[in-house]
Design a protein. Structure first.
Length: 161
């Protein structure tokens, strides 16, 4: 019975499902539950059946890099080539008379610039450089002696202490 179960999860449609769960951020425990097995069994299957292990790894790692790259593009701005649809009209004449008209769509490459996004920049910096970009600095990082109000000795009205 156990052998038949793992074989089901080696089928392409089941591997796609596993990759999707991993991409959605499910933990191994949640994935195992969805598969109807224990987390321990999933750990064994990941080691013994590279298709299962590689699929889960791909779902978790590759998409993380893709999102990181997209965030970086958004933070810095990017120039992209898009396919822009253009509607064309073809009119056919016979002896100077309009006989028919055809419309069709063709696609032309258009270069567009997507400007940098401040929110993406803030997100990136807060996570990559928390030492410089956190909202509230850690108390251990702040030199309290050289900050804030400086107390001066009391001065009497005649200008003497």
């Amino acid at each position: 019975m156990a052998n038949a179960k793992y074989k089901d999860w080696l089928k392409p449609d089941k591997l796609i499902l596993l990759e999707g769960w991993a991409r959605d951020g499910l933990t191994d425990e949640q994935i195992a539950h969805n598969m109807g097995i224990s987390r321990k069994t999933l750990a064994i299957w990941k080691k013994e059946y590279s298709d299962i292990g590689d699929t889960l790894k791909k779902g978790k790692e590759v998409v993380d890099y893709e999102v990181e790259n997209a965030l970086l593009d958004k933070a810095l701005g990017i120039t992209k080539i898009i396919k822009k649809p253009i509607k064309l009209k073809e009119v056919i004449y016979d002896n100077g008379k309009r006989v028919s008209e055809k419309e069709h769509v063709e696609y032309a490459d258009e270069e567009i610039y997507i400007p940098p996004d401040t929110t993406a920049q803030i997100f990136w910096l807060k996570n990559r450089r928390p030492d410089k970009w956190r909202d509230k600095p850690n108390e251990k990082d702040v030199d309290i002696k050289n900050q804030g109000v400086v107390l001066l000795p009391a001065v009497e009205e005649n200008g003497h202490e």
